[in-house]
Design a binder for this molecule. Structure first.
Ligand code: SAM
Length: 233
């Protein structure tokens, strides 16, 4: 857990005050049914250096371990845990205005994922999978302005690049992962926020679960998280 305040300037310029661990856990407990699911999606539009998203990942990795245990066994199967852990990390999204926060947030998430990966997968560890997870984090944790929905430069000014989020799925029951890119603006336009929140107190990030609203995507790619490749950056 990092300090709650880095400097007075950052507090006055960007409202940067990090949430303490106790409050993070109390708030996440309110949506425990989602934090304890491997594939539920979370987006934090002012994620700072990751106090909420790192705790969400810890909870999801616990769920991933349980899901990877075969019936009548006690230990998770390494390759099944690997898959579940990739699903878990790929379901967490964040935006922050400050680039140093974004980099720290990605690194904290990677380190938490990697510690569990090493502990459980041992002899099955794949450098390619680590590389794939770093790539997923580079796309999911974005340096941008969550109000204008645009990426920002090092001075926190909007660039001409819209924020784009990728939906990640593992559609073939193997190690291939599908990425579909959507602009944040399109996701917000397609989201039936009021209706979602009335029904579930949450908003769907990509396609509406009832199939009524399907935002149009920009491009799609498939890659194998156990093979070295260019990911279609
Ligand atoms: C109060 S801090 C909260 C950080 C984190 N959510 C936590 O609870 O520890 C607010 C964060 O929002 C970021 N921020 C401020 N305005 C923003 C904007 N328009 N878009 C994205 N991030 C923003 C700041 O850089 C800061 O990291």
């Amino acid at each position: 857990m990092t300090k709650q305040i880095k400097s007075k300037e950052r507090v006055s310029d960007h409202g940067e005050v990090f949430t303490a661990e106790r409050e993070v856990n109390a708030m996440l407990d309110l949506v425990k049914q989602e934090t304890d699911r491997v594939d539920s999606r979370f987006l934090e539009p002012a994620c700072g250096d990751g106090n909420f998203v790192t705790e969400i990942l810890r909870r999801k990795l616990e769920a991933a371990k349980k899901r990877a245990i075969p019936p009548r066994k006690k230990k998770p199967l390494p390759l099944e845990f690997e898959k579940q852990s990739v699903i878990a990390i790929a379901s967490i999204y964040g935006v922050d205005l400050l680039n140093d926060n974004v980099i720290t947030c990605r690194n904290r998430l990677f380190d938490i994922w990697n510690a569990e990966y090493e502990a459980i997968c041992k002899g099955e560890i794949s450098e390619e999978c680590r590389e794939a997870v770093r790539f997923i984090l580079s796309r999911n944790i974005v340096c941008g302005n969550a109000l204008t929905l645009m990426c920002v430069d090092d001075e926190q000014n909007d660039t001409d690049m819209p924020i784009v989020f990728s939906e990640w799925t593992i559609p073939f029951n193997d190690t291939r992962i599908q990425r579909k890119d959507y602009s944040f603006e399109e996701l917000m336009r397609g989201a039936n926020i009021e209706d979602d929140i009335r029904r579930t107190a949450q908003m769907s990030l990509f396609a509406d679960e009832k199939g009524e609203v399907e935002p149009s995507f920009l491009q799609q790619y498939i890659f194998d998280y156990r093979r070295s490749q260019d990911y279609g950056r």
